[in-house]
Design a protein around this ligand. Structure first.
Ligand code: ARG
Length: 270
């Protein structure tokens, strides 16, 4: 599940260098900043092209121990990417860390996974969402998901502890950036096998320079709704490298799966 067939197909088409560039795999756990506390990058150069988030700015953000991001859908359920998990079922291997921007802050709150629910039918093409049930509630605000496509436009916020550049280190401090919506037709010309309706693109098409990157996967892409509250419209999924001009980030289109996600959360007792 961590090595979707889509990307294996691309290996033959575009070569081994692009396998790494297109990889859906979460950052290796060994790349987490615990052994590398200085891995916080230059100020102003991170998620790619982002800046540090303020403590409490995105309180629904969690870091997952396999090297992915996520968002609290419920206080004890994390929404992340399907490619970050190994299928569905009982799973006590994942630690979720929340409540902090600095992963080494002693005020961090953590919980362990009890169960994982990967999107039914996930095969590496689209449907890149999964839920992780936690063994206890993290006492933090949750992030509501978009129920229809009304918010699939405009500028979005992305945040994560992933690499600050293609091939870069995982981050100790949460980084954030803003990326504009890219319409399906334009995105399809960059990525012919984009799954329209299941995937949503965002990025600075002309210049590049701002993007999510390896280790941000599973984390939310979000914006303000009409009431001025954060709403999640995407899940960091994949891209060709990071922040390349003409190569936007690809995000799971949350509104498409909103009903499925809510049903799945109910199954997990959310
Ligand atoms: N698949 C990557 C991960 O597992 C995320 C890549 C996002 N890439 C991008 N160019 N936006 O962390």
């Amino acid at each position: 599940m961590k090595n979707p067939t889509k990307h294996l197909k691309r290996l033959t088409a575009v070569g081994a260098v692009a396998l790494a560039a297109f990889s859906l795999s979460p950052a290796a756990a060994s790349a987490l900043p615990s052994g590398n506390p200085a891995g916080d990058g230059e100020p102003g150069t991170t998620i790619v092209g982002g800046t540090r988030a303020e403590q409490g700015e995105f309180p629904f953000m969690v870091r997952l121990s396999m090297g992915c991001g996520g968002a609290l859908l419920e206080k004890d359920i994390v929404l992340t990417a399907a490619h970050c998990v190994d299928g569905s079922g009982s799973d006590t291997s994942i630690t979720a860390t929340g409540g902090v921007v600095d992963l080494e802050d002693p005020a961090a709150v953590t919980a362990k996974s009890t169960e994982v629910l990967q999107a039914p039918g996930y095969d590496g093409q689209g449907k890149d969402w999964a839920l992780i049930k936690l063994d206890k509630a993290l006492d933090q605000p949750t992030l509501p998901i978009a129920k229809d496509d009304a918010y699939n436009e405009g500028d979005f916020t992305i945040a994560g502890w992933g690499a600050d550049q293609e091939g870069g280190d995982q981050q100790r401090y949460l980084l954030k950036a803003e990326v504009p919506f890219v319409d399906d037709a334009t995105c399809k010309s960059a990525y012919p096998d984009l799954v329209e309706g299941e995937e949503l693109c965002a990025g600075k098409l002309d210049t590049g320079g701002v993007d999510s990157c390896q280790g941000d996967s599973g984390g939310p892409m979000f914006r303000k709704d009409d009431a001025g509250e954060w709403v999640q419209v995407g899940i960091v999924s994949w891209g060709d490298g990071c922040a390349r001009p003409g190569k936007p980030g690809v995000y799971t289109e949350v509104s498409t799966f909103a009903a499925d996600i809510e049903d799945a959360a109910a199954q997990l007792g959310g």
